[in-house]
Design a protein around this ligand. Structure first.
Ligand SMILES: Cc1cc2nc3c(=O)[nH]c(=O)nc-3n(C[C@H](O)[C@H](O)[C@H](O)COP(=O)(O)OP(=O)(O)OC[C@H]3O[C@@H](n4cnc5c(N)ncnc54)[C@H](O)[C@@H]3O)c2cc1C
Length: 395
């Protein structure tokens, strides 16, 4: 007799969603994972990639699978908000800007094709109309706009995780605020050991530990995934500046070189009571290879060079930011070999993995979590059209 039928390790965006979905299908579910550390600068354990107040959400995507995961998740936001009593979604729209696509293979062409297939409403805005429509930007004069007004904007990732956990608990999930240190097969069941010396057994385990998936002995073999440090820059806006950025959508500014793409969140109020506009980029590469390295990165304020680069990009795209106090932060993007999340079993038939957000999974975490739940409950993904794309790659 095991303690639980299923244990999910990692109470983050994917793990909490998996717990909610799995507990709609069965009893006997436990979710093991620590809450957000109260003192980030001195915390020595694991962190998460969702300790923030805003993540862009949108259906417009150059990749059909990612677009599908987002659209399916967006369709359930209202239901999750209602069932949990926790609001997390702001429908401020999402704007992509960039030069006219040069071929059918261009990101925008692919995204427009996918949008038509997914039934999304995308407004194409000519370069000369962009400044009047979005006066907070000083974009390159040849930039077109592609605006998704409905079912797009941002989610508060902390609040979304809270909402998933609240519903999961209501549905009978046992939430254990502990950190798993070891997972192994033991006499036909799986044994999970935690940092505070406890151990729990289950018939099956799903490891959803985000960027920390390879940083403890919680998988029989590591997944082929890079935990990449990413820097974020915040501009603190006073009331006058907030007025200048009123009505701003979530925005992604495309560029010839993918490394120069930047994403921008509109003004959002943070727990310190202040309002910040946030910008981040995709240029940082490399991989944090150990727990110590990842902890040091999360305790830091990001890379100074990237802060400088992002600050300059922000001021050139939004000159009204001049004079706003600048701060920065650090986060981790989990980049897989396939570019898709890993949702599948390891060599052990009762230990599965759910990870690999690839810098874009907050918005889609509910559907990714549902797939993780299906994997545990049914033994395999049922989505014939894209199940194979989710196969994990192990080292
Ligand atoms: C700077 C930045 C900006 C981003 N912007 C966007 C955006 O605009 N839109 C978007 O859609 N996505 C965005 N993302 C991506 C998104 O935040 C991630 O894809 C998402 O958080 C991944 O979810 P996850 O559940 O895999 O990981 P996490 O949310 O990190 O959750 C993993 C959980 O596992 C727990 N854990 C780790 N190790 C253990 C262990 N040993 N035992 C128990 N628990 C453990 C952690 O405590 C954590 O709670 C961004 C990411 C970053 C870094």
């Amino acid at each position: 007799m095991t303690d639980f039928k299923y244990i999910i390790i990692g109470a983050g965006m994917m793990g909490s969603a998996a717990a909610r979905h799995l507990s709609q299908m069965t009893d006997g579910v436990a979710l093991i994972g620590p809450a957000e550390p109260a003192d980030r600068k001195n915390h020595r354990g694991v962190f998460a990639s969702h300790y923030d107040e805003a993540r862009i959400t949108r259906g417009f995507d150059g990749d059909r699978i990612w677009g599908t995961l987002a659209v399916r998740s967006l369709a359930r936001y209202a239901e999750i908000e209602a069932a949990s009593g926790i609001p997390f979604y702001s429908e401020v729209g999402c704007l992509f800007t960039g030069e006219a696509p040069v071929s059918d293979a261009s990101y925008v062409s692919r995204a427009l094709t996918n949008s038509a297939k997914l039934g999304l409403q995308i407004q194409a805005i000519k370069p000369d109309a962009v400044p009047e429509r979005f006066p907070m930007f000083a974009l390159p004069s040849e930039h077109h706009g592609y605006f998704e007004a409905r079912n797009a904007g941002y989610v508060n990732p902390r609040a979304l995780v809270r909402a998933q956990v609240v519903i999961a608990e209501k549905q009978g999930v046992t939430v254990l605020r502990q950190t798993a240190t070891r997972v192994r097969n033991d006499a036909g069941h799986v044994l999970v050991e935690t940092a505070d010396g406890n151990s729990y057994t289950a018939d099956k385990v799903l490891v959803a530990a985000g960027g920390f998936t390879n940083m403890a002995e919680i998988l029989p073999r590591p997944v082929d995934m890079a935990a990449t440090g990413r820097t974020i820059v915040f501009f603190e806006l006073d009331e006058a500046k907030q007025a200048l950025f009123k009505g701003m959508p979530s925005t992604i500014v495309l560029a010839d070189n993918d490394d120069d793409v930047v994403y921008i969140l509109p003004p959002v109020r943070y727990p310190d009571g202040k309002v910040y506009l946030k910008i981040g980029g995709e240029g940082e590469k490399g991989a944090l290879s150990s727990l110590n390295e990842a902890v040091s990165w999360f305790q830091s304020d990001g890379s100074l060079g990237e802060v400088d680069y992002l600050t300059k990009r922000a001021l050139s795209l939004m000159p009204d930011l001049a004079g706003a106090p600048v701060t920065s932060g650090s986060c981790v993007a989990s980049i897989t070999k396939t570019g898709y999340p890993y949702i599948g079993y390891t060599d052990a038939p009762n230990i599965a993995v759910l990870t690999g957000g690839n810098f874009v999974a907050a918005k889609s975490s509910d559907e990714i979590g549902r797939l993780g739940a299906q994997l545990l409950f049914d033994g395999a993904l049922q989505e014939r059209e894209f199940a194979a794309a989710m196969n994990p790659v192990f080292i």
